[in-house]
Design a binder for this molecule. Structure first.
Ligand code: IPE
Ligand code: IPE
Ligand code: MG
Ligand code: MG
Ligand code: MG
Length: 287
């Protein structure tokens, strides 16, 4: 990963952590600890996208950090629930035991629920203008619902009599993973009351490319590097780009999407270089 990108991701994680640390503790100690645990240790890509999109429009870190923390809360909630025994049944996340393994299932369900509420609370208790709060909140509510709709399709596909078509897989991935990434990419424009069109197109392509890369990592990746169990998708009968197109086909589709994401940023010229680097990183990553 380019040094500049690595440093910017670290700065974004710190900005998000500062917002989270400033919050009062949740009144139930185990759930509070589980929420904080679930927020730690990820790449912080979604919060980073919010901050970079905001920066492109002249909104700097402290002001965009509430929106960045909000999406990391929704993402963390989605992972805590994704790992539950009734979903993907995973024991390892970000190199550590999953929340339901470290605590128990009830704590994991409640921590996920609470993280979702906190996300909306963070935006609504920020100093953003009311109109901006409405735009961000409404779009986040839709994105979080889309994530759940995608998760539902993903789980249903495991036991479906017929395999999903490639178009259905792309739709599923745009929902389960794409929606939160797309919100992250366009949030900066919403914060600045600018046209979200180019960042939206970037985020739409990036989101699907990101999940294709995740599916490739499930086949080619390494548990020590990714921090989560690998080679689970085929075993579970998941419908992925890899199950349809094979590894080479999936990589080619991901590269096409990255080119689309980069092209969407044309109007920002050199200012968007770090977002182009991000798109390339998303499919080259090994974690
Ligand atoms: C993992 O997302 C789940 C998917 C949507 C594929 P990330 O790869 O961004 O996970 P963390 O936040 O870095 O752990
Ligand atoms: C998860 O997709 C997407 C979410 C909405 C959480 P996966 O189930 O493939 O994510 P990992 O591989 O467990 O991180
Ligand atoms: Mg899953
Ligand atoms: Mg999973
Ligand atoms: Mg996966």
């Amino acid at each position: 990963m380019p040094d500049r990108l690595q440093a910017a991701l670290a700065a974004a994680r710190e900005a998000v952590a500062n917002v989270i640390d400033a919050r009062p503790a949740f009144s139930n100690a185990p759930v509070d600890a589980a929420m904080r645990y679930a927020l730690e240790g990820g790449k912080g890509l979604r919060g980073f996208l919010v901050l970079q999109g905001a920066k492109l429009h002249g909104v700097e870190y402290p002001d965009a950090a509430h929106a960045a923390a909000a999406i990391e809360c929704i993402h963390a909630y989605s992972l805590v629930h994704d790992d539950l025994p009734c979903m993907d049944d995973d024991d390892l996340r970000r190199g550590r035991p999953t929340v339901h393994r470290k605590w128990d299932e009830a704590t994991a369900v409640l921590a996920g629920d609470a993280l979702q509420s906190v996300a909306f609370e963070l935006i609504l208790s920020s100093n953003y203008e009311d109109g901006v709060k409405v735009d961000l909140t409404k779009a986040l509510a839709v994105a979080a619902r889309h994530m759940v709709e995608g998760q539902a399709l993903d789980i249903a596909a495991e036991s479906a009599a017929e395999a999903l078509t490639l178009d259905q897989v792309e739709n599923l991935q745009a929902l389960k993973t794409g929606a939160l990434i797309r919100w992250s990419a366009r949030a900066g424009a919403l914060l600045a009351k600018a046209d979200p069109g180019p960042l939206d197109a970037y985020g739409r392509a990036l989101g699907v490319a990101f999940q294709i890369a995740d599916d490739i990592l499930d086949v080619e990746g390494d548990e020590a590097q990714t921090g989560k169990r690998v080679r689970k998708d085929a075993e579970a009968g998941k419908a992925t780009f890899v199950s349809h197109l094979g590894l080479d086909g999936a990589k080619a589709r991901a590269a096409e999407l990255v080119a689309e994401a980069e092209a969407a940023l044309e109007s920002y010229a050199a200012d968007a270089e770090i977002l182009r680097e991000t798109a390339r990183f998303v499919i080259e990553r090994d974690l």
